[in-house]
Design a protein around this ligand. Sequence first.
Ligand code: UDX
Length: 468
Amino acid sequence: MQIAVVGSGYVGLVAGACFADLGHEVILVDNDQKKLDLLQRGEVPIHEKFLPELLGRHRGGRLRFSDDLKDATRRSSVIFVAVGTPPTESGEADLSFVESVAREISGAIDDYKVLVEKSTVPVYTSDWIRKIILRNGANPALFDVASNPEFLREGTAVCDFLFPDRIVIGCDTQRSADVLRQVYAPLTSASYYARTEAIPQPDGAVIPPPLIATSTKSAELIKHASNAFLAMKISFINAVASVCESVGADVNQVVHGIGTDSRIGPRFLNPGIGYGGSCFPKDVMAFRAVAREHGYDFSLLDAVVHINEEQRHRFLRKVRSALWTVRGKRLAVLGLAFKGGTDDIRESPALSIVQSLLQEGSCITAYDPAAMGRTREVLCETVNYASSPYEACHNADALLILTEWEEFANLDLTRLREELRYPIVIDGRNLYDPEIMAAQGFTYFSVGRSASHPDGVPAAVLRNDKKA
Ligand code: UDX
C-alpha cells in the first residue's frame, strides 16, 4: 500500500520505518527541513533499538522523505497523522498542528483516502478533523477519518510496533476499517513474522496480535485511558511505598504479593521517583481536561499527578536526611533520562531532581549512557559529565541513582565503594538489595524499604568516623 506518515517525531519515524518493513511504500512528511536532511543523510535522530537497521534497510527504497504534504497525500491511500499535540497551560492538548495538517490535506483529496489519527488526541478530534476537511471543500464521499492509537514505548518502540499486545483501529465506516485491516495484514496474518529478515521476536510476544475494531471515539478514549491507567498504577505503588516506609514494610514483598494476583499483574508496579516522559504527564492532564470539558470531574487523576510530584520531593528529603546539608556536597548522579533505554529527558524526574539539588548548592557529576548530550543542551556546564559510573562516583559524598538503566543494576560494588568518598547510596529506582548493599559496606536508602547500614552501624556514626 502507499502510505503517508505526517510528522517524523518518535511515533511518526518509528511507524514510517515499520510500515516500510511490513512491505508498504511510505512517504514520511515533515516541515522541518533540517530533520529531513538529517534523515536523508542516513542519520538517526533518536536513540531507539533496531531503528537504525530499519532506516538503513528502507531509506531511498520503500521509505522516502518529503516536505510536500499535498503531493504525499495525492500519492497515498492512507495518511497517518503523527504530529505533536503538546499541552497548553491549562493541560489541554494543543491541536493546532493536527488542524493545519487537516486543512492542507483537504485540497489534495482527489480519490478515496483514509486519514488516520496516530498522535494521542482527545475524544472528538476525529469529528473536528472531518469538519475542517469539509470546510475546506473536500468531497465527503472521498475520505474517512479513523483513529489508530499507538502504544509504543521509547527504547523498545520498534519491537512494540511490530509485536504489539493488540492493534486498535477505530473506524466509523466499513470501507476505512478494511483499509486499516489491510495495512496491518502482515502482522495479523503473521506473514511478517515468517520472514527471515524480520526483527527478532521479543519474549512474551503475542503472535499474531489481535486486532480490536471499535468506533473512532472509543479508539481515541482507549489511548488516553490506557496511559492514565498505567500512570495510576505507578502512582498507586508509589503511594503504597510511602506507607511501607512509614510502617517498616518492604514494598518489593508487597509488590510480589499483589502482582501475583492475575487480576492485578506484576508489571508497572515498580516504585521510584515517579513517571516522566513525553506521554504520561501530558496525557493524564489532557484526559483530565477532556473529561472536565464533557462534564465529568475525573478527580482521581489529580491524585495520580499529585502523588507523582510528591515522589520527587520525598526523594530530595531522603537526600537531605542522608547528608544533613547538601550545599557544597559533591554528588554522583547515575541517570538523567526519564527512564532506562532512551536518550529522552522530556519531563524527566531525574533532571528535575538534579535541578533542585543544583539550586540548593550541590556540585553534581552525572553519567547517563545516552542522555548526556541532550542534558548538556538544557543544563550546559552547571553539571560535570563523567564517562563512566565509576568516574562519576570518584570522590563523591554520595551516589544518587535516578534512572533504571540495566547497566546501573550491575555495578562493581567494590570499585564503587572505593571511588566514593563516603559509601552512601540513595537509590530512586530500587536497583539493589538493601541487605547486599549493607554487607558490601554501604549505607543504602531506597524507595518503600527501610534504609540499611553496614553491620547495623547507623549512617551518621559512619560518616563522622570517616571525617575524623
Ligand atoms: C508510555 C506508554 O507505556 C506507551 O504505551 C505510550 O505509547 C507512551 O507512553 P513511555 O513514555 O515510552 O511509554 O515510557 P514507559 O516505559 O511507559 O515509562 C513511563 C515512565 O514511568 C518512566 O518515567 C518510567 O521510569 C516510569 N515507570 C514505569 C515507573 O516509575 N514504574 C514502572 O513500574 C513503570
